[in-house]
Design a protein around this ligand. Structure first.
Ligand code: HEM
Length: 235
């Protein structure tokens, strides 16, 4: 009986580790994507033509070996698979944690947890909602909330955050704050899962990596809506 319980325990631990590895791997794929996407967005500071040339390049990448938008579709498929793995593992780990603790704590103290670690779940859900809106606005639906044209990527971007649409820019800035928190703790967690936090020095390095990734990516992304709201990036 005791042996069966032990085997069950070992299996549960192994599959928890597998789920955490899946979260870390898909998370690293996202980090690479958002880093490149953030860098590409900064083209908005170079003006209309530079930005639109970059948007067009994304579609002609890999041609003539691949059809137009072929490389973009490869990236999209990898991102969709990563999203399924990331959200699926998060839900499975979430369920396991609640099953392991069927009675609630009388007093819930978050002794050694940071704000970013406590906001991983709901921050993640907020980011998912943001990405759904974001894709509807810029890619799938091409919605111009200012009522302008939708066939020009740069103008669509500027219309989305300027003039009477400034509030959408503010929503994007709030979403980038959520992204920063998520990346801060996510990077540390991924390092932990990959066994890179075994000493005090390596834990400190993982914490620094979390700050750097969060500030560079969320900070870099924030520049475009911020400078569009204040009229530096204009049509
Ligand atoms: C201030 C922040 C952001 C801005 C201004 C922004 C802007 C844009 C724009 C303009 C496009 C369309 C590009 C084109 O038509 O060539 C786009 C596409 C996209 N963005 Fe963002 N983005 C931001 C943040 C994010 C974040 C945080 C994520 C993911 C977590 C994300 C995921 C995507 C995806 C998946 C696409 C679709 C790419 C495709 O399949 O064509 N974006 N973004």
């Amino acid at each position: 009986m005791a042996t069966t319980e032990l085997v069950k325990g070992v299996r549960a631990t192994r599959s928890t580790i597998a789920l955490k590895l899946a979260m870390a791997t898909s998370g690293i794929i996202f980090i690479l994507f958002v880093l490149l996407h953030m860098y590409g967005n900064l083209k908005a500071f170079s003006g209309h033509d530079a930005y639109n040339t970059y948007a067009e390049h994304l579609r002609t990448l890999g041609t003539p070996m691949l059809p137009r938008s072929g490389a973009l579709w490869v990236i999209r498929v990898v991102l969709i698979l990563s999203l399924v793995v990331h959200v699926g593992s998060a839900v499975a780990l979430w369920k396991r944690a609640s099953a392991a603790r069927s009675t609630k704590y009388q007093v819930k103290k978050n002794v050694a947890s940071s704000l970013s670690s406590r906001t991983m779940r709901w921050g993640g859900v907020t980011l998912l909602l943001f990405v759904i809106w974001h894709l509807l606005e810029f890619t799938i639906g091409k919605i111009n909330i200012s009522g302008g044209a939708t066939n020009d990527p740069y103008n669509l971007l500027v219309d989305s955050f300027s003039g009477t649409s400034w509030w959408m820019g503010v929503i994007y800035l709030i979403a980038m704050l959520c992204l920063g928190f998520h990346l801060h703790h996510g990077t540390f967690s991924a390092c932990q899962t990959l066994g890179l936090t075994n000493s005090a020095a390596s834990r400190a390095r993982a914490r620094i990596a979390g700050w750097v990734v969060a500030i560079v990516i969320a900070g870099g992304f924030s520049l475009v809506p911020l400078f569009t709201i204040f009229g530096v990036i204009t049509k």
